[in-house]
Design a protein around this ligand. Structure first.
Ligand SMILES: *Cc1c(COP(=O)(O)O)cnc(C)c1O
Length: 430
């Protein structure tokens, strides 16, 4: 299968695997977990939760941060809250978005959009812009022309890079729409000096094991109003009313953060800046080391954005793409002198015991969501083939998915190891 082996002569596989992004612990985490044990707060309440909620609200600059079991649960409650605000309280057994379309980022992790479906809504996918790999404001405008009644937008900041969130907010306001902001990957990133997580009517962060800081799992919903924060705390603990018995007047969930998990997060928060600094060095080193190849790094708005550089990704120039075809679960690639493909590079990386990953496959290309509407900056993109449409109308997400890949971005990777990875990528283009 690998027909150009000699190109890799002299490179040894890494002894221990270098991951895309794995947890980086510092020691304080265990101290706070032990504190939870010592005080016997082994539950979904306790000092660690209170403290991480305070620390994160202060760091991001929001009034309220509510600790929940994961980012996905936080998105679910954020989207339900938005749905109730827009359309009223649904009958028990019905979602709050039943019968309603919701505009959503297309090139993102599926956890961004699944909660729309949990709530009975229908995600309509908005194509990506090439400047930050996030939701295209032009495509969003088009979507409102086609579906003027939509009132909710769920928008993510991919790979720690803030999207064009000012433009998206202007469009949302013009159409009286709410924004749920998915900042799961972008904790610590800023746009025009403001933290991501402050731009949504409701915003969400994640402490999943692969994120910039972690609790092993965990997430938070961020909001401005105390009444919303109170509601989320109540919903996330089974919607118990203040009665002597278990009294339920609203649908409940078991989504609250554990005080043990919160201990891990509490130990990580002081290292967020350090992690971002290290991730930035990784990104800068790839950018410099790959500058002589026909590739570009995942882009950001250098005037207005400070990404958290969670993942370093690269895009191969069209004219340097070697043949590659992808089926639903498999791919084939072919060796060609002076060219390469994401599949070839990912195979090479894995051969040397390091983990890369294709760019997140856009939601409109996912079998589960393939029948949903997809809007490009030229309007409806469903069924369009790149070969038949104008350059400016192309399906940007599909193009980035085809030519892009995420590189090993683990904080514990040494500079020497990263040099070897950069060398492996060079050999792929030989
Ligand atoms: C990780 C992630 C989530 C989900 O967070 P969990 O804590 O894993 O549930 C949501 N959206 C995006 C963009 C993510 O990367």
């Amino acid at each position: 299968m690998y027909n150009a082996d000699s190109r890799f002569a002299g490179i040894e596989p890494f002894e221990t695997k270098i991951w895309l992004a794995s947890p980086t612990m510092h020691g304080d985490e265990q101290k706070w977990v032990k504190d939870a044990f010592d005080k016997n707060w082994i539950t979904t309440a306790g000092e660690n939760i209170n403290e991480v909620e305070r620390l994160i609200a202060e760091y991001i600059g929001v009034n309220h941060a509510i600790g929940l079991s994961c980012g996905t649960a936080s998105l679910h409650l954020a989207i339900r809250l938005a749905g109730e605000r827009l359309y009223g309280i649904p009958k028990v057994g019905h979602g709050s978005l039943e019968g309603h379309m919701v505009f959503a980022s297309d090139m993102t992790f599926d956890a961004t959009v699944n909660p729309i479906t949990y709530e009975g809504g229908e995600p309509v996918f908005i194509d990506t812009e090439p400047d930050t790999w996030n939701m295209s404001p032009d495509a969003l405008e088009k979507a409102f022309e086609i579906y003027p009644d939509v009132r909710l937008i769920v928008v993510a900041h991919l790979y720690g890079t803030p999207g064009k969130i000012d433009a998206i907010r202007r469009i949302a306001d013009k159409h009286n729409a709410l924004i749920v902001e998915d900042a799961a990957e972008s904790l610590g990133a800023t746009y025009k000096g403001r933290q991501t997580g402050t731009f949504g009517d409701y915003s969400v962060i994640s402490f999943n094991g692969n994120k910039i800081i972690t609790g092993s799992s965990g997430g938070m919903l961020l909001c401005a109003d105390k009444s919303d924060a109170d509601k989320i705390r109540k919903w996330s603990t089974q919607s118990r009313e203040a009665a002597p018995w278990y009294q339920h007047e609203e649908l409940g969930y078991n989504y609250r953060m554990s005080n043990i998990i919160a201990g891990v997060v509490r130990g990580q928060v002081p290292y967020l800046e350090e992690h971002i600094e290290r991730k930035k060095r990784i990104y800068d080193k790839y950018k410099e080391g790959l500058a002589d190849l026909p590739v570009t790094m995942n882009p950001f708005d250098t005037h207005h954005s400070k990404p958290n550089y969670w993942l370093s990704c690269m895009l191969i120039d069209e004219n340097a793409m070697a043949p590659m075809v992808r089926g639903e679960q498999d791919q084939l690639w072919k060796y060609e002198i002076g060219k390469s493909s994401p599949a070839e590079i990912l195979d090479a990386l894995s051969r040397f015991n390091t983990e890369g990953r294709p760019v997140w496959k856009p939601m409109h290309m996912q079998p589960i969501y393939r029948s949903h509407a997809f809007i490009t900056s030229c309007g409806s993109g469903r069924g369009q083939s790149n070969a038949y449409i104008k350059e400016e109308c192309m399906d940007v997400g599909a193009d980035i998915f085809r030519r892009g890949l995420c590189l090993p971005s683990d904080i514990k990777m040494t500079e020497e190891q990263q040099d070897v990875i950069i060398e492996i990528i060079h050999r792929c283009f030989e």
